[in-house]
Design a binder for this molecule. Structure first.
Ligand SMILES: [Zn+2]
Ligand SMILES: [Zn+2]
Length: 302
C-alpha cells in the first residue's frame, strides 16, 4: 500500500467536463477520507487547439474562468491541512516542445499535467490533422469532410512510418519537459502509446523491444528531471514499457482523472483502485518535486 498517496489530476467544476460537485470543499473532504497526502486541482488550459477553435472535446481557455479557478483554489489551500496545488492539464502542441500554457497563465500555476489529447505537430508529417479519429469514430463514416481529412492524415502517416511518428511524440515530450520546468507529470500515459493508437497508427505491430528502445531517452529524462508517469486504472498493452521506465528510475503516480467525486465518470472516490492497479505492476510511486514552483508555494508547513 502506497504510504504517500497523492493525486495531482483532480478536475474542477469550472470546466464543463467536470461535475458540479467538484468544488474545493468537496474535493478536500474526499481527499481526507481517502488519506491523500497532497492534492493538485487542475483547470483544463488550452490556449490553442488544432484549427484555432474548440476542437472535438476540448475548449479554448476562457480567461475569467482561469482567474476564478486560481483565486478559489489559492483561498482553499490556505485553510487545508494538506498541500493543495493549483495547476493545469494542458497539451503538447508540437514536437519542438510547445505546450498550450504560456506567459501569465504559466506564471500563475504550480504544476502542469502534460497530456497528449490530439496529435501534436510533427516534423515527419508536417501538419496537424483537424480530426480525432477515436473521438470522432462514429462520425467519420458519414461526414465526407472528416473522411477526407482522415484519409489525408493516414496517407501522410504511412509515408512517415510508424517508428518516426512514435519518435516524434517522444521528442515532443522531451522538448516540453526541457522547456517547461513546471511539468509535474505526463498524464494518462498508459504505456506511452495511447495517442498513437488513437490515430490508428499500427504501433503494436512493432517488436516490443523496439518500442522500449524508442521510449528510453524519455524515460531517462523523466527520471533525471523528476517528472512523474501517471497511470489510470485502465488496460495496459505493453507492461514491459512501464517496467523498463521503472528500472530507469521513473516514478509513477495513480489517478482516476477525477471529473466527479463519486457516481460519475472518473471518480475521485475510486483513487485507491488506481493505486492498487499501479501496485499490481510492482512500480515505484513518487511525488511532485518540491523545486517545481518558481513562485509562492501554495502551502507552508506550520
Ligand atoms: Zn486528459
Ligand atoms: Zn484530465
Amino acid at each position: 500500500m502506497n504510504p504517500y498517496p497523492v493525486d495531482y489530476h483532480i478536475h474542477y467544476y469550472l470546466d464543463s467536463c467536470a461535475g458540479p460537485d467538484m468544488t474545493c470543499e468537496n474535493i478536500g473532504k474526499e481527499a481526507g477520507k481517502l488519506g491523500l497526502k497532497e492534492i493538485g486541482i487542475v483547470k483544463h488550459c488550452s490556449e490553442t487547439l488544432p484549427g484555432g477553435k474548440d476542437f472535438v472535446s476540448w475548449h479554448l481557455l476562457r480567461e475569467d474562468d482561469f482567474q476564478t479557478f486560481i483565486r478559489e483554489v489559492r483561498a482553499f489551500s490556505e485553510t487545508s491541512s494538506i498541500p493543495v496545488y493549483a495547476g493545469v492539464e494542458s497539451e503538447l502542441v508540437s514536437e519542438d516542445g510547445t505546450i498550450a500554457v504560456t506567459g501569465s497563465h504559466y506564471e500563475a500555476i504550480d504544476h502542469i499535467m502534460l497530456s497528449v489529447h490530439y496529435m501534436p505537430l510533427m516534423e515527419c508529417i508536417g501538419y496537424q490533422p483537424l480530426i480525432h479519429p477515436r473521438a470522432q469514430r462514429n462520425r467519420i463514416a458519414d461526414d465526407r469532410s472528416l473522411t477526407a481529412e482522415y484519409d489525408k492524415w493516414k496517407e501522410a502517416a504511412s509515408r512517415a512510418g510508424t517508428a518516426a511518428i512514435i519518435e516524434g511524440l517522444v521528442r515532443g515530450y522531451m522538448n516540453a519537459i526541457r522547456r517547461n520546468k513546471k511539468i509535474c507529470a505526463c498524464s494518462h500515459m498508459y504505456d506511452g502509446l495511447l495517442p498513437i493508437r488513437d490515430y490508428d497508427v499500427p504501433c503494436d505491430d512493432l517488436p516490443e523491444s523496439d518500442l522500449i528502445a524508442i521510449f528510453e531517452p524519455l524515460m531517462r529524462l523523466m527520471a533525471q528531471e523528476g517528472v512523474l508517469w501517471e497511470l489510470l486504472p485502465e488496460k495496459i498493452v505493453h507492461p514491459a514499457i512501464l517496467r523498463r521506465a521503472d528500472e530507469s528510475g521513473v516514478r509513477f503516480i495513480a489517478a482516476t482523472d477525477a471529473h466527479s467525486i463519486t457516481g460519475g465518470w472518473g471518480n475521485l472516490s475510486d483513487h485507491w483502485q488506481a493505486e492498487d492497479f499501479l501496485a499490481g505492476f510492482g512500480l515505484h510511486t513518487g511525488k511532485m518535486r518540491e523545486d517545481i514552483f518558481s513562485g509562492i508555494r501554495p502551502f507552508r508547513m506550520p
